[in-house]
Design a protein around this ligand. Structure first.
Ligand code: 6PG
Length: 246
């Protein structure tokens, strides 16, 4: 909302946070399907959304979404085989997408069997095939994002290429426990969404959350600060641990 501060919602613990996120996922689905006849989502990887994904495959949430209207994409992907335990696609597929009636053709993973540069170009083509003109990519109804303790989100890492109008990039993740090549969507795609939700939990994230939300603008160091939807909502969903410094 113009002029107001960020929309920050704090929940007592990770379980309550995950249920709130599931309820928001359902609410966004119903708004999108009513208004536009489909639900375009860009999913996140990492550990934080695992419980959310599991909840979406269960009652009551499962019954509340018109699943054949969902089109699933990934905000970023590790360049590992689709069956690899580190695959963001495999995580979401196994936790919920394979348990609900989403048509397979509506699930568009990054083709990590291609070399990273080609996988990124291939994904840009897939986004273009689902574009919301005049954009060259979908105007997502929901972008789900996590936050790394270094301020990265999706696979936009500190000191990553700052400005690009390309919708996807192949990047090398810095030497964390998840190093290696990634394919990521870029800020222009995220910032064109109707709704962007950061889902962050744990006191270990409290310092970086405060820096991102209330610290000096420093998008080179903290890429999550580059996420500012032009004409959409930005919602931070935190547990009390992650909100400890806000
Ligand atoms: C990934 C995610 C990444 C993640 C953050 C937070 O592919 O790992 O896209 O950006 O959201 O690193 O990860 P956790 O939820 O595991 O803390």
């Amino acid at each position: 909302m113009a002029g107001l501060g960020p929309d920050v919602r704090v929940f007592q613990d990770p379980e309550v946070l995950s249920h709130a996120a599931a309820a928001l996922f359902v609410e966004t689905a119903n708004q999108a399907i009513t208004q536009r006849g489909q639900y375009l989502v860009a999913l996140s990887g990492g550990k934080t959304p695992e419980r959310l994904y599991a909840l979406l495959a269960q009652s009551p949430y499962r019954e509340l979404i018109d699943w054949p209207k969902l089109r699933a994409f990934w905000g970023d992907e590790r360049c590992v085989p689709a069956e690899d335990l580190n695959s963001n696609y495999r995580q979401a597929r196994d936790l919920f997408l394979s348990h609900v009636p989403v048509p397979p053709e509506n699930v568009r993973r990054v083709r990590t069997e291609l070399e990273p540069g080609l996988a990124a170009e291939d994904y840009a083509l897939a986004l273009r095939k689902n574009a919301s003109p005049p954009l060259q990519w979908p105007r997502f109804d929901l972008v789900l994002l996590g936050l790394g303790e270094d301020g990265h989100t999706a696979s936009l890492f500190p000191h990553s290429p700052l400005e690009t109008m390309k919708p996807t990039l192949a990047v090398m993740a810095p030497g964390q426990d998840r190093s290696g090549w990634r394919v990521t969507m870029t800020p222009p795609v995220f910032n064109s969404a109707h709704r962007v939700v950061f889902l962050v939990q744990g006191v270990g994230k409290s310092k970086i959350v405060a820096s991102i939300l209330y610290g000096e603008p420093n998008p080179e160091l903290w890429p999550a600060q580059r996420i500012r939807p032009e004409d959409g909502e930005l919602i931070w969903m935190l547990d009390t641990g992650a909100a400890a410094n806000t």
